[in-house]
Design a protein around this ligand. Structure first.
Ligand SMILES: *Cc1c(COP(=O)(O)O)cnc(C)c1O
Length: 363
């Protein structure tokens, strides 16, 4: 289907940047998540950057964000000249709302400008936005939802990408659906969507000689990639259900294994099951996450630690943080397992088989 959609786009002559597939993709994806406006962009990172800029975040501002995330979240904050302030996770892996509120109180007590929260839906699980929005309202902060990993997930029946003042999703190759590279900004506010679209197209004022009053970016998604996105969106439910089946198999498999828990998932029906991970309590299980990873690696099966917290990253050594050790513990004891929707039944059986061999070798 992707091949046909992209070929059709080439044959229609819309190989130049914008075109009908960009417009169509924006409408269809926004509709799917229940947002009013979508702006298709070159990456999720670009979407985060423009979300922050469009809400007026810039030099001198402090932005509260999760320490347990992919670097793109923090990088985008830095692009604007603002400073990221890292907040630890709660047991779910998502930002701790207790620590978030405490950090906001501290900043306000120091009369520091705290403008925004960037919350991250870790590994496909939607944050507690009811609580995040209560805190944001208390301190007059904007909420930006980094839903790069959670497209297709819901919380209380409401779709990821529809939370916060503005949300972003990613279509990078490793995400739940892909345009090979891309992202989208989603918002309920037309002024924000317009501002983002304007900044993404070199900030050209609508006059023939291109008048410029702002520094702009070349961040729009190309029409060919949007055509691919439209095809992927039609298959999103099928890809979600494949990942959900993997999750259920892992859950059944580990149900009888002491000291190994499926990480983070509140509810497999609401989670998009993007990346199934486990947390290993080595005192109960008798083995570490690293030992399990080593065994799988020897069999050429890729596993990964969870995201290394940003406050432990050398590049953010000087950044402010409010941490209590939760994300560091998750980083040490967590392991992401093969979860892709392109895994064949044979490949997935091989993963389960080698997990069994590993457990048997421990008894
Ligand atoms: C992938 C990802 C991004 C960035 O998306 P790109 O499309 O790769 O730029 C941002 N935040 C999180 C949490 C991600 O996982």
């Amino acid at each position: 289907m992707e091949e046909k959609f992209v070929l059709d786009a080439i044959r229609s002559g819309w190989v130049a940047p914008l075109g009908p597939d960009v417009d169509g993709f924006e409408v269809e994806l926004a509709e799917r998540v229940g947002a009013s406006y979508g702006v298709a962009l070159v990456s999720g990172t670009a979407a985060l950057h423009l979300a922050l800029l469009s809400h007026g975040i810039g030099a001198g501002d402090v932005v509260l964000t999760a320490t347990m995330t992919f670097a793109a979240t923090a990088n985008a904050i830095c692009y604007t000249g603002a400073q990221p302030y890292f907040i630890d996770s709660d047991a779910s892996g998502n930002i701790s709302t207790a620590l978030l509120e405490e950090a906001a109180e501290r900043l306000v007590a120091e009369s520091r400008p705290v403008k925004a929260i960037v919350a991250v839906d870790l590994l496909g699980k939607v944050c507690n936005y009811a609580e995040i929005e209560r805190i944001a309202a208390r301190f007059g902060m904007v909420v930006i939802a980094d839903a790069a990993e959670s497209l297709g997930a819901t919380r209380g029946g409401k779709a990821a990408g529809s939370f916060g003042d503005t949300a972003i999703v990613s279509f990078n190759g490793n995400k739940i659906m892909t345009t090979s590279g891309g992202g989208m900004l989603l918002t309920g506010t037309s002024a924000i969507a317009n501002r983002a679209r304007y900044l993404a197209t070199q900030a050209r004022r609508p006059v023939a000689h291109y008048e410029h009053t702002d520094i702009g970016y070349n961040y729009r998604m190309s029409n060919l990639l949007a055509a691919m996105g439209r095809a992927q969106l039609l298959r999103l439910d099928e890809m979600l259900s494949k990942r959900r089946r993997h999750r259920e198999t892992y859950r059944d498999f580990f149900a009888g294994v002491q000291g190994v828990e499926i990480f983070g998932a509140l509810d497999d029906q609401e989670d998009n099951c993007w990346l199934t991970s486990v947390v290993v309590d080595s005192e109960l299980s008798g083995f570490t996450a690293q030992a399990l990873a080593g065994h799988m690696d020897a069999e050429n099966i890729e596993t990964r630690p969870l995201w290394k917290p940003m406050h432990l990253q050398p590049v953010f050594a000087g950044a402010e943080r409010l941490v209590d050790g939760t994300s560091e513990r998750l980083f040490k004891t967590g392991l992401a397992l093969p979860s892709g929707s392109a895994l064949t039944a044979e490949e997935f059986s091989r993963v389960i088989e080698h997990l069994s061999f590993f457990l048997a070798s421990r008894n």
